[in-house]
Design a protein around this ligand. Structure first.
Ligand code: PLP
Length: 406
């Protein structure tokens, strides 16, 4: 074989690295080089995993749960998931309709591998979580991006959905509460989307509900299946313990859906990871079965941080944002900064220039909106402490004051 031929498969040429993981890596590298860095890029709670959950993981190890488990997940964890879906979402599932993966991301990835034939289309409302389009592409799918501007609350409308559906559409990806905007769909909005989908039986729904416990003020999470139950035979509910229980590193997520799809995802797990970590599964079962006060406490803390961040960002000339009803992100417009000149004489032409300026001048790490499919914005994660929020906003304010308006 020609030694110059790359070992990397050609289809990976179209795949972008995760912008949020890249931003975190940049923050870590700058910190290691001695810079003071305030990191608003991280999409994970800064709390430790609650004690009773850690103890369940430790106990599982001590009791010898150190081996492979069933590929679809342990029976105790799948039962805990069934009870959770019933208790919190009013959804009824059987054991063979549940599959556990190494994170919700792993479930989404495997669901695409299991279902997409080359050229199948995946409708992804933008702004979107950075990984959806890339996971579709890796698996031979064609992302069909539908722009959902601030004027629609960054949400997909029935008209826009209808217009995006073609005979090749395989999936609609819904993410509520959403990353990166914190948008939360209401029952009426979901019902209206459901009505469109009922007219297009070839389209499946992937509903990613990983932020369901982080809704604020009067807002409440609703699953599309609770208002459009007729979609059950073509919906995959995706969720996990990473965000709600501060368990990002334990890597446990799950999918609930029709048996054929769940079996196909499980088949992929048997031939790839074999199963998710057994100790992590025991800890996740405790998270779902155990006391839920830790989740409510986290949500209250996030709500206060959200308000603190929004108040300070709004005080900066050139940054505008609404108060997000869910998740732990503020998606702020930096349109007002675009066109301004830095002290070094460079013009900020894009949101990526703005995000780079925030890092270089203020040591503040954010993620540019372009990476989420909507330019002129940047994303701030507020899963960080009050003092970091204050220091970060003060540094940003000082950096913005140095810009010249042309
Ligand atoms: N879905 C969304 C919308 C996310 O933002 C993330 C993580 O950032 C995930 C899924 C991944 O969750 P997990 O840690 O369970 O893989």
């Amino acid at each position: 074989m020609n030694a110059n031929v790359s070992i990397v498969a050609s289809r990976l040429g179209q795949v972008k690295p995760s912008a949020s993981i890249a931003a975190k890596a940049k923050a870590d590298a700058l910190r290691a080089a001695g810079r003071v860095i305030i990191d608003f890029s991280v999409g994970e709670p800064d709390f430790p995993t609650p004690h009773h959950i850690v103890e369940a993981g430790k106990k599982a190890l001590e009791q010898g749960h150190t081996r492979y488990t069933a590929s679809a997940g342990t029976i105790p964890l799948r039962n805990a998931i069934i009870q959770k879906l019933q208790r919190e979402n009013g959804l009824d599932y059987q054991l063979q309709e549940i599959v556990v993966g190494s994170g919700a991301k792993h479930i989404i990835f495997n669901a695409f591998t299991a279902s997409l034939n080359a050229g199948d289309e995946v409708i992804i409302p933008a702004p979107y979580w950075v990984s959806y389009p890339e996971m579709a592409v890796i698996n031979g799918g064609v992302p069909r991006i539908v722009n959902c501007p601030a004027s629609t609350g960054f949400k997909l409308t029935p008209g826009a959905l209808e217009a995006a559906i073609t005979p090749r559409t395989r999936w609609l990806v819904l993410n509520t509460p959403g990353n990166p905007t914190g948008a939360v769909y209401t029952s009426d909005e979901l019902r209206a989307l459901g009505d469109v989908l009922l007219r297009h039986p070839q389209v499946w729904v992937m509903t990613d509900e990983i932020y369901e416990h982080f809704t604020y003020d009067e807002t409440r999470h609703v699953s599309i299946l609770s208002v459009s139950p007729a979609l059950r035979s073509r919906t995959l509910v995706v969720n996990g313990v990473s965000k709600a229980y501060a368990m990002t590193g334990w890597r446990i997520g799950y999918g609930a859906g029709p048996v054929d799809l769940v079996k196909a995802i499980t088949l992929l797990i048997t031939q790839s990871t074999t199963c998710a970590s057994g100790a992590s599964q025991a800890a996740a079962a405790e998270a779902l079965n155990g006391p839920q006060q830790c989740v409510r406490d986290a949500a209250m803390v996030f709500q206060q941080r959200r308000d603190r961040l929004v108040r300070q960002l709004r005080a900066i000339d050139g940054i505008e944002c609404d108060t997000p009803p869910g998740a732990f992100y503020v998606f702020a417009s930096v349109q007002g900064l675009i066109g301004r000149t830095t002290p070094a004489g460079a013009v900020l032409n894009t949101d990526q220039d703005v995000a780079n300026y925030f890092i270089e001048q203020a040591g503040v790490v954010t993620v540019d909106g372009t990476s989420y499919g909507l330019p002129s914005y940047v994303r701030f994660a507020f899963a960080t402490s009050d003092s970091e929020i204050d220091r970060g906003c003060a540094a940003l304010s000082a950096a913005v004051a140095l810009l010249h308006k042309n």
